[in-house]
Ligand binder design. Sequence first.
Ligand SMILES: NC(=O)c1ccc[n+]([C@@H]2O[C@H](COP(=O)([O-])OP(=O)(O)OC[C@H]3O[C@@H](n4cnc5c(N)ncnc54)[C@H](OP(=O)(O)O)[C@@H]3O)[C@@H](O)[C@H]2O)c1
Length: 332
Amino acid sequence: MNKIITLARRPEQIPDEKDFTITSGPIPEIKQGQILIKTLFLSADPYMRERMDLSKSYMPEFKLNEMITGTLVGVVIESKSKQFSIGDTVYGFLGWQIYNVSDGTNISKVTNKSIPPQTALGVLGSPGITAYNGLLEIGKPKKGETIVISGAAGAVGTLVGQIAKIYGCKVIGIVGSDEKCKYLIDELGFDACINYKTSLNIKEALEKICTNGIDLYYDNVGNGLLNDIIELSNKKARIILCGQISQYNGSSPTINPKILGLMTKKSITMQGFMIHDFIGEKSERAIQQISLWIQQGQIQYRENVIEGIENAPKALIGLFTGQNIGKQLLKI
Ligand SMILES: NC(=O)c1ccc[n+]([C@@H]2O[C@H](COP(=O)([O-])OP(=O)(O)OC[C@H]3O[C@@H](n4cnc5c(N)ncnc54)[C@H](OP(=O)(O)O)[C@@H]3O)[C@@H](O)[C@H]2O)c1
């Protein structure tokens, strides 16, 4: 039987398992030119929360009682297509279900056999491209500079920190648990880390650690920490607006308008970006370079794998309760 995850209702805050329904149905049949894909891994991504609301996302909202869609990796188990053979591993934008039918649109073959295929959803996929290009194309880090990263233990944040280390920066992570801080410092080589849930005064903690001020802020979270960062920033600091996960469940940060004056006086640049800004050559370069760094042992990656299609809602919800270290995946 096929199992399908649908949206049952629109959440008002952090999603609840009751916002989703799991339905069963027959395994779909394929026509000429189509393939049947059995899902191996589903990717849980923060932007999907915005698609659960009406008209918030840059992508169309999920419709009530219709299937959730997202990126996944799967294997071709039946083929009536000249492009794909049984056994091909594919990556694409499809439905949150065990069996998907495709005519080849929106999917591509996973050809790198030297690394597990689900990395196409993480370190060698959208988080990798986002981390690499957001940091290097927008942040332009230089040796000896200090970078602060929010959401530092997630799929994007762990990569940004490691790439910044390769570029010779002092790297400070902001995360929601001591376990995450320990991982970033002991295993990924971050210079320091602050647990924002237990730190009594994050600004004071940052001031102590960032003895030469802050040159770069890679913001995955979009909260009021931005006020403190700008106060502690050096002249010509760069702020990279990657994501605002703290706002996806409805809350708004308090941004002090005075930071605009400070940004002027310090000649600070703040720039947002979307992964789509880097389609083509820049995405390919990111994947090639990250693959090389992995082979050379300069980049490590971690996956937080939850098993079973019935736990797909848990995987998504976990992003907003901070359950993941590294890329949040659902294994079927
Ligand atoms: N611009 C783009 O094209 C693009 C592409 C991909 C991703 N993004 C953005 O990049 C960010 C990171 O994405 P990701 O896939 O790597 O997710 P992720 O960091 O792997 O997972 C989310 C993490 O965010 C933290 N978090 C959740 N709610 C929070 C809150 N209210 N305040 C502070 N931290 C919170 C949690 O860690 P803690 O335990 O530390 O709280 C959680 O583990 C997201 O904002 C996402 O939307 C942007």
